[in-house]
Design a protein around this ligand. Structure first.
Ligand code: XUL
Ligand code: CO
Length: 437
């Protein structure tokens, strides 16, 4: 079963900002060198399997609106293969280097352990072939421990240890498949690792079980010799009322508690950051400061709706601030920009999938150029450096010297008769400067 669903769409190439071509990049010029690396190396774009090839265009008030040729059969092994072929055809035409999956996105639908193993095994063998033929690589794999009704009360945090064990079965298979396919990262998003009400929830036990699960994943990673990064994707709520991986800082506290802060990093999603009442760049800067920055799920929310709308990013201004933090953090190592984004329910055509991705890619690419210009200009970073310059001086160093106590510093303030004066933070001037880019 093959499909020519995308046959009318040409391969997307860079044509520059003046082009009228709707199937071209205006800013993403993959071989252009920016701050010492090509744009492709900086941005490491990935297409996600779930929104782009699995989601039917349904919402809570109505069924799917899309008529993808593979959709009606995707629960069967033949239909799942057709979906995988279509996905690689799409990614090849988009000319991006990576893709991402959940186990259930690429596999036929299984209801028992035997089919689970068989269907997923077939899928992975096929993906290995598709990757080899196309040169498209796996940015990350993950296991879906939230859609099947058996996960209604969570995966690792389920009150029933049999569900924990089912989850272990799925995650072992997905982690080993990620290893086999050369995936750069393995992601855990705790979709239902949280609670609806404390009336029925033993939080301490659930947190300990989640910590146990993560420790087992890390241990297995080392056992099989997988060298990619393990990433947790924070999200404050949705689908559960309260999720344990609320935001980057909460995840860090959790990792510290279970001794995993050197083993696990974060996959930061823009829309999850805004749901947690943070800016996207706040989450990136937090991860960078704590040494756990991993990867990005690129999308945007809606400032009026306040739920996870997963739209394609389209604000160069917002993305510039985020990209600046990524560059300041030293850029990606294993991570990249995965489009965890979906076209709207009325955008039913094959072309719409391209327009969504082209717009998102160009928005991020233009933002990288802006961030590079800001860094090359140097005035903002120079202001920041000068603002903290005292910490490189004698007093700053003394405060940080091992053995200096609170009383020593207090005595010093008295002895020197210190009288520190407020200085302008120059926010308006800096914001004006930023806007010029
Ligand atoms: C859900 C979400 C997931 C993860 C992978 O909000 O972002 O798609 O990225 O499980
Ligand atoms: Co995501």
């Amino acid at each position: 079963m093959a499909t020519d669903y995308f046959a009318d769409i040409p391969t997307i190439t860079y044509r520059g900002p003046e082009t009228d071509d709707e199937f071209a990049y205006r800013w993403y010029d993959k071989d252009r060198v920016v701050l010492g690396k090509t744009m492709a190396e900086h941005l490491r774009f990935a297409v996600c399997m779930w929104h782009t090839f699995c989601w039917p265009g349904s919402d809570v008030f109505g069924p799917g609106t899309f008529q993808r040729p593979w959709a009606a059969h995707a629960h069967t092994p033949e239909g799942a293969a057709m979906k995988r072929d279509a996905a690689f055809d799409f990614i090849r035409r988009l000319d991006v280097p990576f893709y991402c999956w959940h186990d259930v996105d690429v596999s036929a639908h299984a209801t028992n352990v035997a089919d689970c193993g068989r269907f997923f095994g077939e899928a992975v063998a096929h993906l290995e072939q598709l990757q080899a033929d196309s040169g498209i690589a796996l940015l990350w794999g993950t296991a879906n421990l939230f859609s099947d009704p058996r996960y209604a009360a969570g995966g690792a945090t389920n009150p029933d240890p049999e569900v924990f064990a089912w989850g272990a079965m799925q995650v072992r298979a997905a982690l080993e498949a990620t290893h086999r396919l050369g995936g750069a990262n393995y992601v855990l998003w705790g979709g239902r690792e949280g609670y609806e009400t404390l009336v029925n929830t033993d939080m301490k036990r659930e947190l300990d079980n989640l910590g146990r699960f993560l420790a087992l994943v890390v241990e297995h990673k080392h056992k099989i010799g997988y060298t990619g990064a393990i990433l947790i994707e924070p999200k404050p709520f949705e689908p559960t009322k309260h999720q344990y991986d609320f935001d980057t800082a909460t995840v860090y506290g959790f990792l510290k508690r279970y001794g995993l802060e050197d083993e696990v990093r974060v996959n930061i999603e823009a829309n999850h950051a805004t749901l947690a009442s943070h800016t996207f760049e706040h989450e990136i800067a937090t991860a960078s400061a704590l040494g756990i920055f991993g990867s990005i799920d690129a999308n945007r929310g809606d400032y009026q709706n306040g739920w996870d709308t997963d739209q394609f990013p389209n604000s160069v201004e917002e993305l510039t601030r985020a990209t600046l933090e990524i560059v300041r953090a030293g850029g990606f190592t294993t991570g990249g920009f995965n489009f965890d984004a979906k076209v709207r329910r009325q955008s039913i055509d094959a072309a719409d999938l391209f327009h969504g991705h082209i717009g998102g890619i160009d928005t991020v690419a233009k933002s990288l150029l802006n961030a590079a210009a800001i860094i090359e200009d140097g005035r903002i970073d120079a202001f920041r450096a000068q603002r903290y310059a005292g910490w490189d001086g004698e007093l700053g160093r003394t405060i940080h010297t091992e053995g200096t106590g609170l009383a020593d510093i207090a005595d010093l303030a008295i002895a020197r008769n210190l009288d520190p004066q407020p200085r302008s933070g120059r926010q308006e001037w800096l914001e004006n400067l930023l806007n010029r880019f």
